[in-house]
Design a protein around this ligand. Sequence first.
Ligand SMILES: [Zn+2]
Length: 451
Amino acid sequence: MAVALAGLAFLPGRCAAQSAGAGAADPQIVAALKEVSAQHIQANIEKLASFGTRSTLSANDASSLSAGRGIVAARLWIVSEFERYANACGGCLDVETYKFTEQPMERIPSPTEITDVYAVMKGSDSANSKRIVLVTGHYDSRNSSNDDAKGDAPGANDDASGTAVSLECARVLSKMKFPATIVFLTVAGEEQGLNGSRHFAQMAKDRGWEIEAVLNNDIVGGDKNSGQIPTVVRVFSEGLPAAATDKEIQRIRNLGGENDSASRQVARYIADIGRTYDAGVKPMLIFRLDRFLRGGDHSAFNQQGFAAVRFTELREDFHHQHQNVRTENGIEYGDLLKFVDFDYVARVARLNAATLASLALAPAPPANVHLLTKDLENDSTLTWEESPGGQAAGYEMLWRSTSSPEWEHSLKVGKVTRATLQISKDEVIFAVRAIDDAGHRSLAVVPVPER
Ligand SMILES: [Zn+2]
């Protein structure tokens, strides 16, 4: 089954499909994951907490900067940290800021400058460097009152932990080379209303950035409460795409596609990565945009049509989020360093780094994937265009029962752009992904019907 010709019909009954995993581990990625350091992560989270507050509204408090307090001091430090990694890799990272002034709105009482900080590791292959994978966390924090720009808000877990994941991924992955581009982002304004990521995602769309996946890490500190499971991280993904047109929603409704947004393919990819690499933490896929009635930065990217997921620890402790630092009736409140499990953050960073590296090494997903429906038949024929960028050595068909959360079967079909399976399209969901010589897989693409 190594070579397949266009139009050849595959008989899964006779030729057992392989299990639908992400394939063998890449030794380069395995080595990179060993570099992820809980000590570096701890030092970075401690540094972020040391700014006292990182309230977005503290940007208007100029006097705090000289005292080493506030979000501006924190931001300048993040820039310097990214620059340190850039110097260490001979300038392989471009350190940038994206700045705008948010006019008064809910939770922004006066015009406030908001600045996102990011490092771009441009892809080494000109035919693939337009493709982007992005990791993000928010560096702003808050205490009990969202209007409080002065009081302590250490934000060690929410979200110095996610900021530290972006930083550590940048430090470790900047020692490697990737054909596609990786962006390491930290945003402000999350607590005020996702302001930093809303503007950034809009900018990315306006500039035509081809972002394949956004990994948002928010509250990945592994709070040391008795209900925590320190080997599990939740991965949230949207069902109906926020940016879907009415026509697309109608198609999703007709075909049972509510479980197959591009974001959900990213989540399934992360599940594969969790099986292929020993990050020390397993992703628990949650088929829901976010935690119940709560939100996060990935949704701002979803709004612009980008695939984006959220990583969050399993068991949150609400005494330690959005709370003034205090003790009341014997209960300690506040988002303090002592509640963060730095080894856990390192495990989550490993899962992120393995996902980013795999995607940035992999070929682009195949384009224009179609399921032919002109003739009523029990076989299923898919067609697609070659993976742009010339890295694909072949393609894999994937399928699963409509009631299965993850891909159950995969079949290598060679370097073709059409394949027929003797499986009825009525009972399964299909996808196609590209694969290179070394076994790196692209994201899976679910076909649209072609009449
Ligand atoms: Zn948060």
